[in-house]
Each structure stands twice: as structure tokens, then as C-alpha cells.
Design a protein around this ligand. Structure first.
Ligand SMILES: Cc1ncc(COP(=O)(O)O)c(C=O)c1O
Length: 364
């Protein structure tokens, strides 16, 4: 019963383990999952697709209507020009990231991303045979551009994730432009993970692909439309990358779920007001959490986007908060640079957040 070394070398996701270990009566602020239901018109479109018998394999890269709708979305919302041939519909942003790593990373290639950063980047880079490398953040929890430039030379990929998990930081246009232009000169491909683009409360979201050609845009309906369980995302890339990524996709996934593709089509083409309503609610919760900690004397840079607060907490406080039944994720889950932080997801009702804050106050 031998297990391949490349799998032994990566860890089981600590966040899942925490989530599964939460006892009764505990408040789970651990998982990056919207607490809203998928909007009705999207669910109706999926039910209709089932009734219409749209239940077989689709084109490997996704139904043309959806790839066209994604291109229209990228033009309208991000001012990016892509053709449907440059889009692959995937099982969530996760699969899109996997395809990119498998297709572009050679054994020993360096893959850079923020540390603290989203847990999958390091694991996916390792699975592809690459060498994951964290880029430090500055005191405001944003990418340290100068440090990033210092280590960029010779890397294969640089992943930009704005708005960011776990910090909620939104990178400004200048930072994104600076990093992309530097990467283009250095021959480093940029992967831009934009899954939280619609949840920005300060600043504006900017897409990295606006500033360079060798950029792969990764996104999903998961967070924007509260559709994490539908497993539907995409990558949009220069044509040269499509066939290699399709090869990997063909053999691991064949195609994204047909029903989810019709649901995503309704999401992109339909009423966008549910997204605005979620944005409004997340912002109110962000303020609640931020001011709640402020009133306890715990200060940190205000999270500008996503639905996370990355809060300074030492190990003792993290343990006491966990023992009060509030599930939060220790900063050590997100890399080496933030042991004395914890991530809280505010994708939970305000009354739940109030109760969590009260328990944290008593832990303090
Ligand atoms: C930054 C980031 N990228 C990608 C993903 C994965 O998204 P999906 O559920 O679409 O695979 C997540 C999920 O938490 C995330 O936080």
C-alpha cells in the first residue's frame, strides 16, 4: 500500500479538519463559503436543464453559450477581450488552478504567491512538481512589491489573488500594473485568481490581464453567486495555453457538470441584483467584525474585500477562542509568515457574528 511521494509531501487541508471537528453549539467562522442560497433564477435554470435532458457530456471546454457569456462578462465587467476559444469551463476555480499548474510548471519550477495566501496554491504547485515560494506581505497586509520583484526572476508563475484570501486585501491598480509589467519583462506568467472580485468595499477591483499578455485569468461562480457546491469555474488564457490545459482537463474531468453549466449561464446572463444584495450584507458584516475587534483593542488593517478578516491573535488567544466554540483558522494554515493571526470568515448572519464576538471578548 505505497503512496506516491508527491502526495505524501502535501498536507490534508487543515481548514477542512477544523470544520469537521467543530462540536455542537460551536460557531463556524472557519470555512470560505457564502451562507446565502444560490439565487432562485439560477436554481430554476438548472432544474429546467435537467427537465430538458441536458444531462450528457458537453464539449470538453464547456457549452458555447456559456463560454460566450463568460467572454461578454469579461468584456463588460473587466474590460478584457477574450474569444470563446480562449476559455475553458472547469469544476470550480480549483480545477482551473490545477490545470494551469499541471500544464505550465516543470519539475523544480518556482511558483510564487502571497504568504499568507490561499492554501491551494502551494499544494497544487507541489503536486505539479514545482517549488512553492511565498511572497511576504507588508504591514498593511498587501503584497510587498519590492520584495516580490526581488524574487521574481527565474520563477515560472506568479499568482496574484485580489481580493485576497485570507487577508481581505485588495491590491491597487498601481501594484497590479507594476507586478504584471515586471513579470512580463522577466518572462514570468501571471495567474490572476479573481474569485472575490465582486466583494470589494474599498478601492476597485483591477484585473491583471489588463496590463500584460502572458496572464491567465481564473474565476468562478462559486463566491459571486453563492454556488460553491455547483463546482463551476473557468480560466481565460492566451490561445497557446488552451490546448495543453484541455489535455489535462480531458483526462481528469472530461467536462464541467452539464447542469451547473446551464446554471452558470443563467447566473452570468440573468439578474445581477442578488450579487449587489450580498455585497451590501457582507460590507455591513465586515464593519461589524472590524469595529467589534476595535472595541476590544485589537486593531488591524481594514479588510477591503472578500469575506474574511485576518486578525492579530497569539497562539494562546487562538486556543481560547477555539475552546469557546468559535471555529477560526490559525494563520499558520496560510503559510509561514503569519503565525500570530487568525482568519475569520464573516459569511455568517450578523446575529451569529455578534455571538462570536461576545465569545471572543470573553476569551480575551
Ligand atoms: C482565493 C481562492 N481561489 C479559489 C478558490 C476555489 O474556488 P472554487 O470553489 O471555485 O474551486 C477559493 C476557495 O476558497 C479561494 O479562496
Amino acid at each position: 500500500m505505497k503512496i506516491a511521494g508527491r502526495v505524501q509531501d502535501i498536507e490534508v487541508s487543515g481548514i477542512r479538519t477544523l470544520f469537521e471537528s467543530a462540536g455542537p453549539g460551536s460557531i463556524n467562522l472557519g470555512l470560505g463559503q457564502p451562507d446565502f442560497d444560490t439565487p432562485d433564477h439560477i436554481r430554476d435554470a438548472a432544474i429546467q436543464a435537467i427537465r430538458d435532458g441536458k444531462t450528457g457530456y458537453t464539449n470538453n471546454t464547456g457549452i458555447i453559450e456559456l463560454r460566450t457569456a463568460i467572454c461578454e462578462k469579461l468584456k463588460k465587467e473587466n474590460n478584457l477581450t477574450y474569444t470563446p476559444d480562449q476559455v475553458i469551463v472547469t469544476a470550480g476555480a480549483s480545477e482551473a488552478l490545477h490545470l494551469v499548474m499541471q500544464s505550465l510548471v516543470e519539475t523544480g519550477d518556482r511558483v510564487l504567491f502571497a504568504d499568507p495566501g490561499f492554501v491551494s496554491y502551494a499544494a497544487l504547485a507541489s503536486l505539479a512538481g514545482g517549488r512553492p515560494e511565498g511572497v511576504p506581505l507588508d504591514a498593511t497586509l498587501h503584497l510587498d512589491v519590492e520584495k516580490a520583484k526581488e524574487i521574481m526572476g527565474g520563477a515560472r508563475l506568479f499568482v496574484i489573488n485580489s481580493p485576497a484570501n485570507p487577508t481581505g486585501a485588495v491590491e491597487g491598480a498601481e501594484t497590479v500594473r507594476d507586478l504584471v509589467e515586471y513579470a512580463m519583462d522577466a518572462g514570468v506568467t501571471i495567474v490572476s485568481d479573481e474569485v472575490y472580485e465582486h466583494f470589494v468595499y474599498e478601492r476597485e477591483h483591477v484585473s491583471a490581464a489588463a496590463f500584460g499578455d502572458d496572464v491567465i485569468t481564473v474565476n468562478a461562480v462559486s463566491k459571486t453567486y453563492a454556488m460553491t457546491g455547483w463546482r463551476l469555474g473557468y480560466l481565460a488564457a492566451p490561445e497557446e495555453y488552451i490546448t495543453p490545459c484541455v489535455k489535462v482537463h480531458q483526462y481528469c474531468q472530461a467536462c464541467a457538470t452539464s447542469i451547473s453549466q446551464y446554471a452558470a449561464l443563467a447566473a452570468y446572463k440573468g439578474d445581477q441584483s442578488p450579487v449587489a444584495a450580498m455585497h451590501h450584507e457582507y460590507k455591513a458584516r465586515r464593519d461589524l467584525i472590524y469595529h467589534g475587534f476595535e472595541s476590544m483593542g485589537i486593531r488591524f488593517p481594514i479588510p477591503e474585500g472578500a469575506f474574511y478578516a485576518f486578525v492579530p491573535m497569539d497562539q494562546g488567544l487562538i486556543s481560547r477562542v477555539l475552546s469557546k466554540g468559535v471555529v477560526i483558522v490559525p494563520g499558520s494554515a496560510f503559510g509561514k509568515n503569519s503565525p500570530n493571526f487568525a482568519r475569520l470568515s464573516y459569511a455568517a448572519p450578523r446575529s451569529t457574528l455578534d455571538e462570536a464576538l461576545a465569545r471572543i471578548r470573553s476569551a480575551l
